[in-house]
Design a protein around this ligand. Structure first.
Ligand code: SF4
Length: 370
């Protein structure tokens, strides 16, 4: 397979994610939707079920607007709309970590209006103390017990250890792919790298690992390298699709790194595979550099490390309208970049995407960086 063909394979996986999950369900296995990247997927994998990363992004919120207040974020509105449109009919269960008011709001509404799919709220602490880790470990243990009943599969320590190995392998392979982007001429566009990570969030991991190995081999032989004049980093939450990155790269930027839930944050840190897999998994997920902790230090470190390592010339911050956790962090992150002298652009967006105005602002930013 040529490098282009290998990259296309991930696009196909991403675009056919609903069919892949539906087929999984038809084989008599459970499919479990994960809102955000803070649900330990290893536990789901160990229950022989398929974790499916939830994405929002629809053209209209007509049905969701009946239930959600007008200040709900577009991610949750989009997800509820898709549920009400029956687009996620293959999901048996949805797990939500208690990260923000929009998620709490969605949880209480869905509990009242439907039990198909069922939903499970995973309490995610806002502290990072020893007590918080103990608390979250108990929460993950409870989640494991719930899943055993829900799926009818016992989750053994051995099964968890295997899950950790499979997930860590996926993380290492994705990191190797990102490392290629440090080069002066990265062999992959930012929007293609996003397709690879998004497909990892929805595809059975063993299949994804095999395809990633092929991709890493084939990229070395890629003939046409992406062209872009300015090396950029994208910082924000989950991108539901590649539209924004295509706008940025169509305007002359080359996205070489990111600080996204649907990007580096999804795979950058590994789970230790030592004595107690539940404890190790809990620690890893609680220590992600997220906006849901007691302070922004973890995010600052991840962002500034990426800027330095990937030789980034400018940062594009993407925040969703009404997404409080990210909007609260944003002024501090801007301040840090000002002190470092790294130019940035802040795009607050909602769906449907106003592509023309986004393009104008990105073009002006890239022109300034040139
Ligand atoms: S973190 Fe932000 S985008 Fe995600 S569900 Fe909460 S408010 Fe919405």
């Amino acid at each position: 397979m040529t490098a282009n063909g290998a990259v296309d394979k991930f696009r196909e996986l991403f675009e056919t994610r609903d069919a892949i999950a539906a087929e999984w369900k038809n084989r008599g296995k459970k499919t479990i939707g994960c809102i955000s990247i803070y649900t330990p997927e290893e536990v789901i994998y160990a229950a022989e079920s398929l974790p499916v990363g939830i994405l929002g992004g629809t053209k209209s919120f007509a049905k969701a607007n009946v239930y959600l207040p007008s200040f709900s974020c577009s991610f949750i509105c989009g997800f509820l709309e898709k549920l009400l449109e029956n687009e996620y009919r293959y999901l048996d269960l949805v797990t939500l970590p208690s990260l923000c008011d929009s998620i709490w709001g969605f949880y209480s509404i869905w509990k009242q209006i439907s039990s198909n799919p069922e939903i499970y709220l995973l309490h995610y602490p806002s502290k990072r103390s020893g007590e918080a880790i103990k608390y979250f470990t108990k929460e993950v243990e409870k989640f494991k017990n719930f899943l055993e009943k829900f799926t009818g599969k016992e989750i053994s320590k051995k099964a968890l250890e295997i899950a950790v190995d499979v997930y860590n392998e996926n993380r290492r392979l994705l990191k190797r792919l990102y490392m290629l982007r440090k080069s002066e001429s990265p062999p992959i566009f930012g929007f293609e790298a996003l397709e690879v990570v998004l497909s990892s969030m929805t595809t059975p991991k063993t299949l994804h690992n095999e395809l990633l190995k092929e991709l890493l081999t084939d990229l070395a032989a890629r003939q046409e390298y992406p062209e872009g004049e300015v090396r950029l980093l994208i910082s924000g939450h989950i991108l539901d699709n590649t539209d924004i990155l295509r706008v940025v790269e169509g305007a002359g930027g080359l996205v070489v790194a990111d600080d996204l839930d649907s990007g580096s944050r999804y795979f950058w840190s590994l789970v230790e595979n030592t004595h107690n897999p539940i404890e190790n998994v809990s620690q890893r997920y609680l220590n992600l550099p997220s906006p849901y902790g007691p302070n922004v230090k973890g995010r600052i470190k991840h962002l500034t490390d990426m800027i330095k390592e990937f030789n980034v010339e400018g940062v594009v911050f993407l925040t969703r309208r009404f997404c409080d956790p990210y909007l609260f962090d944003h002024p501090i992150l801007e301040q840090v970049l000002k002190q470092l002298g790294v130019p940035f652009l802040h795009l607050e967006h909602a769906y449907p995407l106003a592509k023309a105005s986004l393009r104008t602002r990105v073009e002006a930013f890239i022109e300034m960086l040139r």
